[in-house]
Design a protein around this ligand. Structure first.
Ligand code: CA
Length: 236
């Protein structure tokens, strides 16, 4: 699939020149002659990049830029300005233009800039998508925990946990199958670095069991290891 570009330019000679060269470079090109229809096409055509002239009828390039950001359309923008336009480059970039070019320009230069911006924005997108996939997900039997989102589920139903219950569950899950002493849990979850009252751990364990065990008398997730502590394990 070729990438789609939107050219918003009211000077027909420039628009035609850009369209021709960009199509030669393998892009699909859509054009608009004024700011208002440019904005409409940005929404309906979903281009990968917009080449946006600064001086336009109806709405100028700055207004289009602002409106795009307001509508959360994060499409990269290459701004075009004439040499004598009073264009504040800093303002343009702050408003969300990714780059700008001053007329007159060579079509080859425009193509090179477009490719550079697209390369940058694609790598940013794949990075954020990768991050999304990397959200920590702990799964033990039918318990699903997403520590960063502060969410936990049992049999796909959201668990109502107090902050400490949640932290305790996360800690147990991160140390799955390991026996953890009450003192260890106390220091990890309650940050007690002295010997505190370990009954607080037992109380929270019993609350957790009520939420994730079918039978709290015969727990299959959180096991008591006599004389040692607790461990969370995959149910058999
Ligand atoms: Ca113009």
């Amino acid at each position: 699939m070729s990438q789609k570009l939107l050219v918003v330019e009211d000077e027909i000679s420039i628009s035609t020149l850009l369209q021709f060269n960009l199509e030669q470079a393998g892009f699909q090109v859509v054009t608009a002659m004024d700011g208002k229809s440019g904005l409409e096409k940005a929404e309906s055509e979903e281009p990968n990049l917009i080449i946006l002239d600064l001086m336009l009828p109806e709405m100028d390039g700055i207004e289009v830029c602002k409106e795009l950001r307001l509508r959360k359309l994060n499409i990269p923008i290459l701004m075009l300005t004439a040499k004598d336009d009073e264009f504040d480059k800093v303002l343009g970039l702050e408003l969300g233009a990714d780059d700008y070019m001053t007329k007159p320009f060579s079509p080859r230069e425009v193509v090179a800039r477009v490719k550079a911006i697209l390369r940058r924005s694609t790598s940013v997108n794949t990075e954020s998508e990768k991050k999304k996939e990397e959200v920590e997900h702990l799964k033990i039997g039918e318990v699903d925990i997403y520590p960063e989102n502060y969410e936990a589920y049992f049999k796909e139903k959201a668990l109502e946990l107090t902050p400490k219950e949640f932290e305790l569950l996360v800690y147990l899950a991160r140390h799955k199958s390991r026996v953890l002493s009450r003192e260890q849990l106390l220091s990890a979850v309650w940050n007690y670095d002295f010997v505190g009252d370990t009954r607080i751990v037992d109380v929270h364990i019993s609350h957790l069991r009520e939420k994730i065990e079918n039978n709290t008398r015969k727990p299959i997730y959180i096991k008591t290891i006599r004389g040692l502590g607790y461990k969370l394990e995959e149910p058999q």
